[in-house]
Design a binder for this molecule. Structure first.
Ligand code: ZN
Length: 187
């Protein structure tokens, strides 16, 4: 199959662990949404991810990636499972930066053990928000882990969104918004 040349496949490494949750049933749809346990990102995302990975390494941390490029068809299934624009981008109104390869869902691990950030991936509720600590929903230790992730990802040039601590994306260029890319997954 021909894969769009703007997409590069992520490979596991010493400080990069892949756990594609949508290639398992451990996700909000409780079904396998990706035909294979592989992840891709836009090649322009890669240098920033490598920068974050290198910083993580100096702190004896691993980046633990749950999702990256996401096909528009899968975005529709997620929207059907959770039609709430705070957590899932509406496929009818432009869709997700994941479909453009410039968004990543990830957390941190130390010695292959996930740091406790106070909620699971795709927890659709207030505990996933960046103000969860101020709202009394997560502990100081959990907040510290989130801030560790934030400093690492922001220093590498990523931005987050208010409602999902695990979501990181590239800023959108003003004049040429990122384009939706065709799926590299086997049908
Ligand atoms: Zn995301």
């Amino acid at each position: 199959m021909k894969i769009d040349p703007r997409l590069v496949e992520l490979r596991e490494g010493e400080n990069l662990k892949l756990e594609p949750r949508y290639a398992s049933t451990n996700n909000i749809c409780h079904k396998i949404l990706y035909s294979e346990p592989r992840l891709w990102i836009h090649k322009k995302t890669l240098p920033k991810l490598i920068q974050a990975q290198q910083t993580a390494k100096t702190q004896n941390l691993q980046l633990w990636i749950w999702d990256a490029y996401r096909p528009p068809e899968v975005q529709k299934q997620l929207w059907n499972a959770c039609p709430d624009p705070r957590y899932v981008a509406n496929p009818q109104t432009g869709g997700s930066l994941h479909a453009r390869g410039v968004a990543l869902d990830l957390t941190l691990a130390r010695n292959k053990k996930l740091l406790d950030c106070g909620s699971d991936f795709d927890h659709m509720g207030n505990a996933a928000h960046w103000d969860a600590y101020d709202a009394g929903l997560i502990s100081a230790a959990q907040q510290e882990n989130r801030l560790l992730l934030r400093s690492l990802m922001q220093d590498a040039g990523f931005e987050t969104i208010a409602t999902e601590w695990w979501h990181w994306q590239l800023p959108s260029p003003k004049n040429s918004p990122w384009e939706i890319l065709p799926s590299p997954y086997q049908p």
